[in-house]
Ligand binder design. Structure first.
Ligand code: AMP
Length: 260
């Protein structure tokens, strides 16, 4: 496995890779969720490239950019085990050179849901992902359904800008109690971690109600909010049932929305 940090080394290595290339962009501190993407990329392509880059432009000023969990040594050992061909781990100044002033915004999609709470977050995501795509030139890039809004935005960006690659949506990998695996779960104290199990419980309950025929979105949102708000210490930012094409809230769920 080759590990490179400069753009010129990446380009040299990339030129030697012929055939299909699967790419998994990450911010590191890898867990089974990331590794499931890597395994799918490996299974579907001749070459696999993973990037590890904690992207400052997707963090708001008060957020955890400086304290975001990092463990390069462990990450590289995990990727080596998965037989990844190349890991790209650039420094910030390599990607965002001085006076960088070009950013990508998805009007109407970047500033709703997660984007309403974290203004500028998706502008940072879309901008870095575009740069990584330009550098790595993947055939396919793999994203987790866990970041549902991110995935939808990137798919839309690819379509709008006619970018020449395919985006593959991968299922969310969960802990035993159903909580989605996340690098940031290490922030949770034992008691908070235990309480967080109510979030998947509420979401799965909504899914089960839908499966037995409930089509009224507000009723489903209400059920989810009801279950979560019974737990003291959790504050709900939003519960959304939205059309995955344009993220507008649905009154009724009249059809099944597959990921592809
Ligand atoms: P991150 O390192 O958090 O930026 O995540 C990198 C990629 O891994 C994104 O496409 C995420 O959606 C994906 N990912 C993170 N956690 C999970 C998970 N629990 N299951 C599946 N994919 C995940």
């Amino acid at each position: 496995m080759q590990v490179v940090s400069s753009i010129s080394d990446l380009k040299t290595a990339r030129r030697k890779m012929h055939g299909s290339l699967g790419f998994v962009p990450t911010m590191g501190f890898l867990h089974e969720g990331h590794l499931s993407l890597v395994r799918q990329a490996r299974a579907e392509n001749e070459h696999t490239v993973v990037s590890i880059f904690v992207n400052p432009t997707q963090f708001l000023p008060h957020e955890d950019f400086n304290s975001y969990p990092r463990n390069e040594e462990k990450d590289l050992a995990l990727l080596q085990k998965e037989s990844v061909d190349l890991v790209f781990m650039p420094e910030v100044k390599e990607i965002f050179t001085e006076n960088h002033c070009t950013f990508i915004n998805l009007d109407g999609l970047s500033d709703v849901l997660e984007g309403a709470i974290r203004p500028g977050h998706f502008r940072g995501v879309a901008t870095v992902v575009t740069q990584l795509f330009n550098l790595v030139e993947p055939t396919r890039s793999y994203f987790g359904q866990k970041g549902a809004q991110q995935l939808l935005l990137i798919k839309k960006m690819i379509a709008d800008l006619k970018m020449n690659l395919e985006i593959i949506a991968c299922p969310t990998i969960r802990e035993e109690d159903g909580l989605a695996m996340s690098s940031r779960n290490v922030y949770l104290k034992a008691e908070d971690r235990r309480l967080a199990g109510v979030i998947p419980k509420a979401l799965f309950m909504a899914r089960d109600l839908w499966m037995v025929g409930e089509r009224n979105s507000e009723a489903l949102r209400g059920q989810v909010k009801g279950i979560i708000s019974k737990v003291s210490g959790i504050e709900i930012d939003y519960v959304s049932i939205a059309d995955p094409k344009n993220l507008t809230e649905l009154d009724r769920i009249t059809r099944f929305y597959p990921w592809r």
